[in-house]
Design a binder for this molecule. Structure first.
Ligand code: NAP
Length: 470
């Protein structure tokens, strides 16, 4: 596949091998873009931003509807591409494509609803005859840097609202899974001015760094790890920043919870995409009264999951992104067992596959609880009451989402108020995300929000017009 720069598909002799995580075989190659390519893409985006801001929102909306139509026609291609590229089970890739289409559709709708407001200037002395109103204007060029785990929808969560707000975009997808972004560029470019959407493949330290530091980029929208997010914030200067970073989301199961539903939610939340989800359930906090019943049912349900070929529609858990990622999980699980955790299920690695794993007797100070474990591992922590559950939930540097199971409205509200997270979800696991909701964490999980309307807010600036009587 080729990069898209200024409306042209650019090839290079130096290429990056893209491997299928399931069998480590090369499935494709992409150009090894460098700083010069990033600069060319940024210059094109800057030039086009002057045209983009003048396009009527009616036409912008139509272009987004067209791209939605094109993505719908090509759904099957994208599903397979995602599975081959990042090892996601086919049924979850199908889900990602459905959500990606929805994200574009929401952007097509939202592009016609970017409002300013009138200001009551007469609230201040001397303003009696003055009229004031604001409009939202595009920032210019958005640099979008994305991770490997949702290689299509996370790209679209940046590109579609950026276009809806009449910004131009330079995307740098993850080198671990860049194919869906390149294919998307191919189908979307037909409907956009040259330079409106650019996709440059290459390393974060070269292409990513160029985008982050460039004086011609007005905003960085980044999704990825805390470490990269912090480093970007140090290099980005005065650019506007949205940072969607890691999570360590808890699932609290309180004493009056519906255990069957909580178990189902815990399985879905812990093992989706082999645990490589920012809002995956990474810690399960159990009230001591229901801990035994929950644990027994959860281990049984975990044992029923089908682990294997991600191209099979029956597969629940596929490989991790590569063997190194699986080795990292193996090490942290073994370290936890050495420190006293009890292995109730799983704990086996084969190449890039790691079996869904349940660990009991986990201490909340262990690394497996404190750090984000980006794999299919469920540490179980026992607590005496809701206050201790909330204390454990908050005992982390992360604050993305949280799930709470309870039938007691008072406990639900207490947990929702006191848990430090971007969203608290009652009676569902933290992986719940509707693409239009304000999404984004607090503490080290990031800053700013995505979710179309909220992303548009962060991709525009407010301009005030004041009219005085003559
Ligand atoms: P990552 O290692 O931080 O990489 C993310 C992107 O940043 C990649 O495209 C990477 O490029 C690029 N990058 C790396 N170094 C860079 C630099 N110095 N300057 C600019 N860009 C640079 O994250 P990942 O391993 O792909 O993704 C997993 C992480 O993402 C997890 O922590 C997960 O929780 C988080 N995540 C968060 C959300 C959310 O919405 N909050 C959603 C999904 C994932 P290359 O790797 O190609 O070099």
């Amino acid at each position: 596949m080729h990069m898209l720069i200024n409306g042209k598909f650019i090839d290079k002799s130096e290429r990056i091998d893209i491997k299928n995580p399931a069998d480590n075989k090369i499935i494709d190659t992409v150009p090894y873009g460098n700083r010069k390519d990033a600069k060319t893409a940024i210059s094109a985006a800057k030039r086009t931003s002057k045209i983009a801001k003048e396009i009527p929102s009616r036409l912008i909306s139509e272009h987004l509807y067209d791209i939605y139509g094109e993505l719908s026609k090509n759904s099957k291609i994208f599903e397979k591409l995602i599975t081959h590229d990042c090892g996601k089970p086919l049924k979850d890739s199908k889900e990602e494509v459905i959500r990606s289409k929805q994200t574009i559709l929401l952007s097509a709708e939202e592009s016609k609803r970017i409002y300013g407001e009138t200001i009551p200037m007469d609230a201040c002395i001397g303003g009696e005859e003055v009229m004031g109103f604001t409009t939202k204007i595009p920032l210019g060029v958005v640099g979008a840097i994305t991770p490997y785990n949702y290689p299509l929808n996370l790209v679209i969560h940046k590109v579609a609202p950026a276009i809806a707000a009449k910004n131009t975009v330079v995307v740098k997808p993850s080198t671990k899974a860049p194919l869906a972004a390149l294919k998307f560029a191919e189908i979307a470019s037909t409907y956009l001015e040259n330079g409106f959407l650019n996709v440059v493949t290459g390393s974060g330290s070269e292409v990513g760094d160029e985008i982050v530091k460039s004086d011609f980029v007005d905003k960085i929208s980044f999704t990825g790890s805390i470490e990269t997010g912090i480093s970007i914030s140090k290099r980005a200067g005065m650019k506007k920043l949205t940072l969607e970073l890691g999570g360590n989301d808890p699932l609290l199961v309180l004493e009056d919870a519906d255990i069957e539903k909580a178990v189902d939610a815990a399985v879905k939340g812990s093992y989706l995409n082999a645990g490589q989800v920012c809002i995956g359930v990474k810690r399960i906090i159990l009230h001591k009264k229901i801990a035994d019943e929950f644990t027994q049912k959860f281990v049984k349900a975990t044992g029923k999951l089908i682990v294997g070929d991600p191209m099979s529609i029956r597969t629940d858990v596929g490989p991790l992104i590569d063997e190194n990622a699986a080795i990292t999980i193996e090490k942290i699980v073994n370290q936890s067992i050495d420190e006293g955790a009890e292995l109730l299920y799983g704990g086996k690695r084969r190449g890039s596959f790691y079996t869904p794993t349940v660990l009991d007797n986990v201490d909340s100070k262990m690394d497996i609880v404190q750090e984000e474990t980006f794999g299919p591992v469920s540490p179980l922590i026992h607590v005496n009451d809701i206050d201790e559950a909330i204390k454990v939930a908050n005992d982390t540097k992360y604050g993305l989402q949280a799930g709470v199971f309870t039938n007691n409205i008072n406990l639900a509200l207490k947990a929702a108020k006191q848990i430090e997270a971007g969203s608290v979800i009652i009676n569902k696991q933290s992986t719940y995300r509707a693409d239009n909701m304000p999404f984004g964490g607090c503490k080290m999980s990031g800053m700013g929000k995505e979710g179309i309307k909220y992303a548009i807010e962060e991709m525009t600036r407010t301009k005030l017009f004041i009219v005085n009587p003559i």
